[in-house]
Design a binder for this molecule. Structure first.
Ligand SMILES: NC(=O)C1=CN([C@@H]2O[C@H](COP(=O)(O)OP(=O)(O)OC[C@H]3O[C@@H](n4cnc5c(N)ncnc54)[C@H](O)[C@@H]3O)[C@@H](O)[C@H]2O)C=CC1
Ligand SMILES: O=C(CO)COP(=O)(O)O
Length: 329
């Protein structure tokens, strides 16, 4: 089976490693950086992300042209930050997606249209949601590189697609399961990034573990209100695809969103924090989309409001922190 992976960052690299464990799969890996493609072809490592991981050339072929990477594959996995997705797929047309399953590994929203990734793919490339899935669950790429035990949940309205893909990703150190709640896991992934940003900001401002625990429990309620309003369904929010992902992102040393927020809380400008990190904090873009959408939804979201006010309204950090403190319980 041929599987295409789109993206050259840490999560794409981790996904290629996981899929390489499966003897049934050949991977066609696209990334925009031509030097990185050459490096992988010659030296079998991604030079910029998870560079300790070695790829076997008979299993993993790297491409600089996206059309070559998707040729003949049955599954396309999207693993670039949401803000760069439209631009990354620019050279592809409807025919490149015909009869293929599309799996989103992205935990963000399309900034220009405020769409979930699967809605964007459905609208632009006419791939129905039943041919799409999302990879959810608490999992940092860095831990995959070290083969630390991890759990992933694959969500698709077509449960057999979710189960089949979950089966492909199951390996010695990754255990997978399948559910049908596609929108639920996509919105939760977007929200947990925003919450982790807010946790980082408040930590940077001096808040301790007591406050963070209150933030995270309030965040679950905020996510629950959002899901009940925009994607109502029976779901187990305590499952690892929801609560687990929120916890790892809010607490982990590897979390980009938390680290980015922490720098903001300590007084860095957005530009400096971005330069310092060299990785993407999806929550920075997503908070703008969720705040915009909430002008219509009118859901009570104090944590999102706090992150938006700090990052985009340039309000005083101290004033916003005080108002957040008064909204939590
Ligand atoms: N890193 C992780 O542990 C996990 C990441 N994800 C999600 O995976 C997606 C990809 O994120 P990561 O691999 O973590 O990214 P990353 O932060 O490791 O790497 C950044 C990526 O963005 C690309 N990029 C940077 N500037 C660009 C530009 N101007 N135009 C086009 N591409 C540009 C880089 O080439 C690189 O592929 C995100 O939605 C993230 O939320 C999901 C689960 C785990
Ligand atoms: O989604 C993730 C872990 O499950 C990654 O979160 P960060 O982008 O904050 O590192």
């Amino acid at each position: 089976m041929k599987v295409s992976v789109i993206g050259g960052g840490s999560w794409a690299t981790a996904i290629v490693k996981i899929l390489s464990e499966n003897s049934r799969i050949n991977i066609r890996w696209w990334m925009r950086n031509a030097d990185a493609v050459e490096h992988i072809r010659k030296l079998h490592h991604n030079p910029k992300y998870l560079s300790s991981v070695e790829f076997h050339p008979s299993k993993v072929k790297a491409y600089h042209k996206i059309k070559d990477a998707v040729k003949g594959s049955e599954i396309i996995i999207l693993a670039v930050p949401a803000a760069f997705l439209a631009e990354s797929l620019n050279d592809l047309s409807l025919k490149h997606f015909e009869n293929k399953a599309v799996i989103s590994a992205i935990k963000g929203m399309i900034p220009e249209t405020h769409q979930l990734v699967t809605d964007f793919i459905k609208e632009k490339y006419q791939v129905p949601l039943e041919r799409q899935a999302a990879i959810a669950g608490p999992c940092h790429a860095e831990e995959v590189a070290f083969e630390k035990n991890s759990y992933l949940t694959i969500a698709s309205p077509d449960i057999s697609l979710a189960e089949n893909f979950a089966d492909l990703m199951n390996c010695r150190y990754v255990r997978t399961s399948a559910i049908s709640d596609l929108y639920g896991v996509e919105y939760t992934a977007v929200m947990k990034n925003i919450v982790a940003l807010a946790c980082g900001i408040t930590h940077g401002l001096g808040a301790g573990d007591n406050f963070q625990a209150v933030m995270v429990s309030n965040a679950m309620l905020e996510i629950k209100r959002l899901l009940s309003a925009v994607a109502p369904a029976e779901r187990e929010l305590n499952a690892s695809a929801y609560l687990g992902d929120l916890l790892v992102t809010a607490y982990s040393q590897f979390s980009r969103n938390r680290s980015f927020g922490n720098m903001i809380g300590r007084g860095y400008s957005v530009k400096t924090a971005q330069l310092e990190m060299n990785m993407i904090a999806e929550g920075y873009y997503a908070v703008k989309s969720i705040a915009k959408l909430n002008e219509q939804w009118q859901i009570d979201m104090p944590i999102t409001r706090f992150a938006h006010a700090v990052l985009y309204e340039k309000n005083s950090l101290k004033k916003e922190f005080n108002s957040l403190k008064n909204s939590l319980f």
